[in-house]
Design a protein around this ligand. Structure first.
Ligand code: CO
Length: 134
């Protein structure tokens, strides 16, 4: 079951620099800055009501995120949907014919389990699924 939009992610070349707009102009609070080793990213979250804005910076140059930035520049990178059981949801979406990037979940930020659906399956939008730690 999909519970909510957990975050909307914005790809940026430098997290701290990009965060200034969200902090100084919008008045949001940057929290949870973390280098996610398995994903080769550095992330930070701004809580916005029921959801979050995630800034995501690549920590390696040969990753999909780095290529996205090189080709398209900074901008919205993915939408993350929180689910109650990520293994079950990935399996269900695959059975329904969706092209997945991750058939089994990976370790994301803050102890979340995450997995991505291919943008070709979703109208050009990269969709992340996340399950929060219990
Ligand atoms: Co994300």
């Amino acid at each position: 079951m999909i519970k909510r939009i957990h975050h909307i992610a914005v790809a940026v070349p430098k997290l701290e620099e990009a965060a200034r707009f969200y902090e100084e102009i919008l008045g949001l609070h940057l929290a949870g800055v973390e280098v996610v080793e398995g994903m080769d990213t550095k992330v930070g979250f701004f809580s916005v009501g029921e959801t979050n804005i995630e800034l995501v910076e690549p920590t390696k140059q040969e990753t999909g995120l780095a290529r996205f930035l090189a080709n398209r520049g900074p901008g919205i990178h993915h939408i993350c949907l929180e689910v109650d059981d990520i293994e079950a949801e990935l399996k269900k979406f695959k059975e329904k014919g969706a092209r997945l990037i991750d058939e089994t979940p990976r370790q994301g930020a803050h102890g979340m389990k995450v997995g991505f659906i291919h943008p070709k399956a979703a109208g050009g939008v990269l969709i992340e699924l996340c399950e929060l730690p219990k």
